[in-house]
Design a protein around this ligand. Structure first.
Ligand code: GLY
Length: 436
């Protein structure tokens, strides 16, 4: 069987790594990923040029395409590939609106009475939103309706001082049609601990994966700019130290109700559904969905798969998805990023990665925003590579991942606190305070 992985980053490297022994692997990537290029036939090209991707897939008689990032989904890559007879793990353009159009997502919750949503309102002019915010006494979150590469969301109490600053930022979002819509979505800000559940979906059934927790702040102690995610961990029992089975089950139920609603409102959702939840005093509330694996969270769960990914892919496209098994191990992923990140002053510089030593201590590397050139691995300016370790406990996995980071040389840094006992305990205590 021939499988094409579309995408360039660490998430796609982790997907490709899981597939490599069980199929003829092809990759379509915008930069030469040092890991994916070693294990596949590949073409370098813009993943957003969906006709060209489909042409490449047809030329190579691809059976299944696995779409990594959200941007090609929004451009209708799945519709284009399927028009050409290629089955896909990834939702159609209309089903992917669960991520690409946040007002569609919130309205779906409303229309189908799905629990766990937030108070929200969509605006297309300053006057109405200003009047709304004058009356709304709680802190809010401002979100562009469309895709902004994870950089458009601003939270009062975090990036914004108060609801007056929220007004100004909302105006900017509308005036600049940020994310492709001259609209803004205002949501209530909920307090708690965030967690991620990713699930495979064949359009009718969900197979959920172990929960994970990402760390969006750039610096240790949850300080600094919000980034795409600096690292994440998961626990051997599939839960998190602050997340109980009943909360996990509730979140999965919300996701099941969502795919049922998408099938009625759009098309059956085939692919990966990523639910980002806030665990609050009232249980899990849905912050947002992504129509793809999380990055870094994909790196937590994919190496733990016991059911071969190729079998899961076949069952998604054939609509016969069953339960999926994972090893009962914990995982810690730490992202190595250029010094100064999210600034990009070190873009273009070379880094050295001693993969052999990293593997010898039981860790793995998944390459992200780097490119392999004749003289070595060059930073692109964004998150460079994920280092992942699995072990019996989060604590053991953290120690291995931390040791592995020593084998990467260059102008880079990482968050040493991701997955440490101290930080995990802080999360547990925070949740205990909220539940009091
Ligand atoms: N970890 C955040 C994301 O994948 O969007």
């Amino acid at each position: 069987m021939k499988v094409l992985v579309v995408g360039t980053g660490a998430r796609e490297h982790a997907i490709a790594d899981c597939l490599k022994d069980d199929c003829e692997l092809y990759c379509y990537m915008s930069k030469v990923n040092p890991g994916m290029s070693k294990i596949s036939e590949f073409k370098q090209g813009d993943e957003g040029e969906v006709e060209k991707v489909a042409e490449y897939a047809k030329e190579n008689n691809i059976d299944i395409a696995f779409i990594g990032p959200e941007a090609p989904l929004e451009k209708g890559i799945v519709d284009e590939l399927e028009k050409n007879g290629i089955k896909c793990v990834g939702p159609s353009k209309s089903a992917a609106r669960i991520e690409t159009d946040k007002s569609f997502m919130r309205k779906l919750f409303e229309d189908y009475d799905i629990e766990g949503s937030l108070i929200y309102k969509v605006f297309n002019n300053y006057e109405d939103l200003s009047a709304f915010l004058d009356d709304f006494e709680e802190d809010v979150v401002v979100k562009p309706v469309g895709l902004t590469g994870g950089k458009g969301v601003k939270i009062v109490g975090d990036h914004l001082k108060d609801n007056d600053e929220a007004k100004e930022y909302s105006k900017e979002v509308i005036d600049n049609a940020m994310g492709g819509f001259a609209q803004v979505i205002i949501e209530e800000r909920v307090i708690g601990e965030e967690f991620t559940i990713q699930a495979f979906s064949d359009g009718k059934h969900l197979a959920p994966m172990p929960a994970a927790q990402d760390h969006p702040h750039a610096f240790e102690g949850d300080t600094g700019a919000i980034t795409g995610g600096m690292g994440s961990y998961s626990d051997s029992n599939g839960l998190l130290p602050f997340l109980k089975q009943e909360d996990y089950d509730k979140a999965v139920e919300i996701m099941e109700n969502t795919i049922e609603a998408i099938a009625k409102e759009a098309e059956p959702y085939k692919g990966i559904l990523y639910g980002q939840f806030m665990l609050t005093a009232d249980g899990p509330r849905l912050i947002e969905y992504n129509a793809r694996f999380g990055d870094p969270e994909a790196m937590n769960v994919l190496p733990l798969l016991e059911t071969p990914l190729i079998e899961i892919c076949k069952s998604i496209v054939d609509e016969t998805l069953d339960d999926v098994e994972f090893k009962k191990q914990s995982s810690v992923c730490k992202y190595i990023v250029p010094d100064g990140y999210p600034e990009t002053e070190h873009a273009g510089e070379i880094i050295e990665v001693d993969e052999k030593s990293i593997e010898e201590i039981g860790a793995k590397v998944f390459y992200a925003a780097v490119s392999l050139e004749d003289d070595g691995i060059h930073l692109s300016g964004s998150r460079a590579l994920g280092v992942v370790a699995n072990a019996e406990t989060i604590n053991e996995a953290e120690k291995i991942a931390e040791k592995a980071c020593e084998y990467i040389k260059g102008n880079v840094y990482h968050r040493r606190d991701v997955g440490t006992e101290e930080l995990v305990q802080k999360r547990v205590e925070h949740m205990e305070e909220i539940l009091q």
